[in-house]
Write a protein that binds this ligand. Structure first.
Ligand code: PLP
Ligand code: SF4
Length: 341
């Protein structure tokens, strides 16, 4: 029987929209809805609406499910709730705190440190973290996000680069066919040894770690490292654990980086539990970052003396392999700068 090829294509496209993309598009984006869903005081609405105008709210349902209803101080909520304080101008806080603009070697490619280069593979994220240092990043201004040609040419010409870091945005926001296309192009560059992925998705949208992703991740010529971004032990829930177990089984090296955030994880108990919980999911700690001083995030800053004290506390309570390095990013430095004890 003759069939209509257009209808087949349509049916296929729908059937093949991966579950993670459906979950992605169901993310909550309305501050008013967020307050309603979490049973929060409507007096927060005005501040939430104004800060939402500066940087849009976005929370996937699976993350929302981990926030305690009725608690305005919930550490997961604080990471996503737009707040009036974001509108306050504070000296020292600006739109590009780490001077990414000066490090742009090709459209979308940042080359700051020897041996490794960072590709801003996409501007999209599944979650919008209020403290994000790229909250004002002009993703739309460069074509590199669509055309990786010039960035790849730069990497090809710089034989000292042995590692490419996919960042963003969240690089796992890209569909698998785009990622495999990129991976194949990178594998053809002979001096590359490692591919690193900086992502928050295994904890904020665990649905992303599906068979499609695992069909290429952990395979091929390059060694793959996944650096997760989780800030609080409660970000690990059973779906996240499952996602991380699948990643481990694929042979990817798993590390975690966190940002030290006032009200979220600036106490020793939480920080210890974060490392313990991460390790239980197969992850070793990598960095604990001081906040990058991006405009709108001043209320998240933890004073340096307090940061050092917390870090010393971690060292005295945990085995060495569970203590992340306490670092800050200093524009012009040749790597993340460790804080002296
Ligand atoms: C943070 C960062 C890196 C990675 O630094 P590592 O110390 O290797 O983790 C690389 N490039 C840029 C531009 C960065 O901001
Ligand atoms: S997921 Fe990463 S890049 Fe995206 S908003 Fe959060 S911190 Fe920023």
């Amino acid at each position: 029987m003759p069939t209509n090829p257009i209808m087949i294509t349509r049916a296929r496209t729908q059937a093949h929209t991966p579950a993670w993309q459906q979950a992605w598009s169901r993310a909550l984006r309305d501050p008013h809805q967020l307050l309603l869903r979490l049973d929060l005081d409507p007096s927060l609405a005005a501040g939430a609406a104004s800060a939402h105008g500066l940087f849009r709210l976005r929370v996937p349902e699976s993350y929302l499910a981990r926030i305690r209803p009725g608690d305005p101080d919930d550490p997961l909520l604080l990471q996503v709730l737009p707040q009036a304080a974001e509108a306050l101008e504070r000296p020292g806080f600006g739109p590009d705190p780490v001077d990414d603009a000066a490090a742009m070697a090709a459209p979308g490619l940042l080359h700051k440190y020897p041996g490794r280069a960072l590709l801003i593979a996409t501007g999209a994220c599944a979650i919008h973290c209020r403290y994000c240092f790229r909250r004002e990043f002009p993703y739309g201004e460069f074509g590199g996000l669509r055309d990786w040609g010039p960035a790849l040419a730069y990497i090809r010409e710089h034989r000292d680069i042995s590692e490419v870091i996919l960042s963003g945005g969240d690089p796992l926001a890209l569909p698998d066919h785009r990622l495999t296309e990129l991976l194949l192009l990178l594998e053809r560059i002979p001096h590359l040894r490692r591919l690193r992925i900086h992502t928050r998705l295994p904890v904020v949208l665990p649905e992303r770690i599906d068979a499609g992703l695992l069909s290429w991740l952990g395979r091929g010529r390059l060694q793959h490292i996944l650096v997760l971004h989780a800030n609080h032990p409660r970000e690990f829930d059973p779906p996240a654990d499952t996602a991380l177990a699948r990643l481990r089984a694929s042979g990817v090296t798993l590390l975690n980086q966190s940002v030290l955030l006032a009200g979220v994880n600036d106490d020793l108990g939480t920080l210890c539990e974060l490392q313990e919980r991460g390790f239980a999911a197969g992850i070793l700690p990598y960095y604990l970052h001081l906040l990058d001083r991006v405009r709108g995030a001043a209320h998240f800053e933890v004073p340096e003396a307090r940061a050092r004290e917390l870090h010393a506390g971690l060292g005295s309570r945990l085995p060495g392999y569970l203590v992340p390095r306490l670092v800050r990013e200093v524009p012009g430095a040749s790597g993340k700068v460790p804080l002296p004890p």
